[in-house]
Design a protein. Structure first.
Length: 296
């Protein structure tokens, strides 16, 4: 019985020692096993791990993606228009041993320290990248290239902390309150200048169109006048040919017809006076058979 009394506590002690040597790593965590402050084991895969009780200490770190909201900061692009930038980043602990050396702590304290140091890195890179472009590029909807430059610039420095920067996003980009009125005035001036440029180009195009239209009208009128003169000449030639043919067939009738045309043109209604001698040949067809001119 005395032997049973001694064995039972020993069994309990062995069971307790065995249980204390086992630790479990969750799928959301990574773990370091420290022996007197020195890393002796890194457990990155989920499952059961073993340690030496009393001598070894297990420290767990979050293996999930961690978000960090940076405080709003003022940046000055290369066109000297100040902007207020509000951004956030996402990162992950990629090297727990390096992370332990950089922070010297575990748990929430290590995360808070990493957040502070990473935020300073990101703030410096944000000022560096956004200071090299214009405010128009920053305020545009397509800022993917700028965010990639900030992230890529922070990756190497974040690696010294055992961190991997996954993404950087600009949430808001605003103008300082005191600069809004001046900025709006400048934007209005720029829009007015662009509108005046458009109107000037429109006036220039209108002048070109009017000049082209005037030239086309002149060309059309000249061509029409030329064709009219040609037609008129051809008509005169045909008329003369007809007259000549008529004259050849009946000279007396032709002279009579021409005299009637002359009378029609000379003797108009109204106060028409002719000062001619009575025996002028103009009156040949106006005389009576007795030789006297017909009274009008």
């Amino acid at each position: 019985m005395n032997r049973s009394v001694l064995i039972l506590p020993l069994i309990v002690i062995l069971i307790a020692a065995a249980l204390s040597s086992i630790f479990i790593v969750d799928e959301r965590e990574k773990a370091l096993v420290l022996r007197f402050g020195r890393v002796v084991q890194i457990k990155e895969d989920p499952g059961i791990g073993f340690r030496i009780p009393v001598m070894d200490q297990v420290i767990s770190y979050d293996d999930r993606i961690i978000s960090i909201d940076m405080e709003a900061q003022e940046v000055i692009p290369n066109d000297d228009r100040r902007l207020i930038i509000d951004a956030f980043a996402r990162y992950r602990i990629s090297d727990v041993e390096q992370f332990r050396q950089a922070t010297g702590a575990g748990g929430d304290a290590a995360i808070a320290m990493a957040d502070n140091r990473l935020e300073q890195i990101l703030r410096d890179k944000t000022r560096e990248v956004l200071g090299s472009v214009s405010s128009g590029d920053i305020l545009s909807t397509d800022r993917t290239a700028l965010m990639l430059r900030i992230r890529n610039g922070a990756i190497s420095e974040a690696a010294s902390l055992g961190l991997t920067v996954i993404d950087v996003r600009l949430k808001r980009t605003d103008l300082p309150t005191e600069n809004l009125a001046e900025t709006f005035r400048r934007m209005v001036s720029e829009r007015e200048r662009e509108a005046e440029d458009e109107r000037a180009r429109g006036r220039e195009a209108a002048q070109r169109i009017r000049a082209q239209a005037d030239r086309t009208v002149i060309e059309l009128e000249s061509d029409a006048e030329r064709l009219a003169r040609i037609a008129e000449g051809e008509a005169d030639a045909e008329r003369n040919a007809i007259f000549a043919n008529a004259f050849g067939q009946d000279q007396e009738f032709f002279q009579f017809y021409r005299s009637l045309e002359a009378y029609r043109g000379a003797l108009q209604e109204g106060n028409t006076r002719l000062v001619l001698s009575p025996d002028n040949e103009f009156f040949d067809y106006l005389r009576s058979p007795s030789g006297a001119a017909v009274a009008q």
